[in-house]
Design a protein around this ligand. Sequence first.
Ligand SMILES: Cc1cc2nc3c(=O)[nH]c(=O)nc-3n(C[C@H](O)[C@H](O)[C@H](O)COP(=O)(O)OP(=O)(O)OC[C@H]3O[C@@H](n4cnc5c(N)ncnc54)[C@H](O)[C@@H]3O)c2cc1C
Length: 446
Amino acid sequence: MATSTLVPRLLARSIRQTCRQTYLPRTATRAASSIHPKGFTPPTNDELFELREQVSDFTRREIPPSVAHATDLNNDFPTPMWGKLGSAGFLGVTADEEYGGLGMGYQAHCVVMEELSRASGSIGLSYAAHSQLCVNQLMLHGTPEQKAAFLPELISGELVGALAMTEAQAGSDVLSMRTKATKVKGGWELSGAKLWITNGPDAHLVIVYAKTDPGARKITAFIVDTSAPGFSVTRKLDKLGMRGSNTGELAFDSVFVPDDRVLGEINGGTKVLMKGLDLERLVLSAGPLGLMRGAFDVALPYVHSRTQFGDPIGHFQLVQGKLADMYTAYQRSAALTYALAAAVDTGSAAHFARPESLFPPPADVTPAHDARVRSQDCAAAILGAAESATRVAMDAVQLLGGMGYSSEMAVGRIMRDAKLYEIGAGTSEVRRVIIGRALNRLYVDV
Ligand SMILES: Cc1cc2nc3c(=O)[nH]c(=O)nc-3n(C[C@H](O)[C@H](O)[C@H](O)COP(=O)(O)OP(=O)(O)OC[C@H]3O[C@@H](n4cnc5c(N)ncnc54)[C@H](O)[C@@H]3O)c2cc1C
């Protein structure tokens, strides 16, 4: 791997320092939990606001509608974007400053994800596959040596990352995967194939899950260098939406992975995978939030410029009703995502939406502190946001009439992009199963 560069690290760090200097004293002092870097303090609202402004400046400059349109049309990720995202400091929002990250936590990551997805759903999706599925998994489970070896270049954008668990016959039932790793001298040999891997065709580094104890359904996570002999991208997929977020099928033909590239514990991959999936669902739920904002960005000016029957169509009550429903769907979803992300950042995730978190205790009482992130809450955040985004995007198409059906307008692209969030990172049905099972567990003794 090439050596890391200092400049992106300094730029990344300066974002947080600027926020800290411009706005106020630190309000919280404790590290929220093991899912945050050492010495983490939750960002203030002013810091999050400043970050949102910076991402929005970035998208105005680097992802104008013409870039979003071309990315979709050509079904190709604009490769220079990785370096630009890295220089801006956005690729390691949850990662330790020591490795060039911002160390700003999950609310901040949702903010970046939302603003990027508002500009382009597919660039947002590829961004999340890199910064959350790959970078954050390394942050959570990597050894200090693994973090030092890979994070600086992933965070600067010199390396592109991905995560591969799904296989042709193992989707919702992901633990039925067949890719296997066999112990050999000095490491492991991986054989099998993965499907639907975001960034797969471009990635330098892929976190790959493979069976290490097939009889017991035990799996292990590996950090795979895609320049290793035996690795290949079998095909790049042509998709309905999220075009330009390059998705691939990957093949592993006895790919050697050294022992020091095992991520987490041998046979401990299920824990790595499940913990990663919860936080992935939380951060990915900001994708549909951005798409809803993108739909509004087009629909709202349109209904005030388009006139029929002598009036702007935005003055008709049925049109207002649709806009009101779109607005409510966005606000409802954003409230859940950001409240959950705030609970994760402040270390009170296990109390999310319980009475003590809804009604803060008096100042002299220490609030209950339990940082465990609950799967049902993350599933609920993305379930609600994803289904809302599809609905909102379809409403935006309707509001534009014939123009909504034209490729000239972004709403059709947003509608195609939005549907993905009901499928990727576990389908809506699987999310409902997760929530349903968690509710059932409350009654095991009844
Ligand atoms: C654009 C895109 C990007 C992706 N990126 C990645 C990536 O980067 N890495 C990665 O590993 N994977 C990735 N995926 C894979 C994604 O996570 C899977 O597509 C998803 O988990 C569903 O699996 P499947 O497609 O095999 O559908 P299936 O599991 O075959 O499901 C088909 C249908 O059956 C339903 N179903 C299945 N089981 C149940 C059940 N128990 N109860 C009720 N209904 C059920 C599903 O909800 C769905 O409606 C990506 C997928 C897409 C489309």
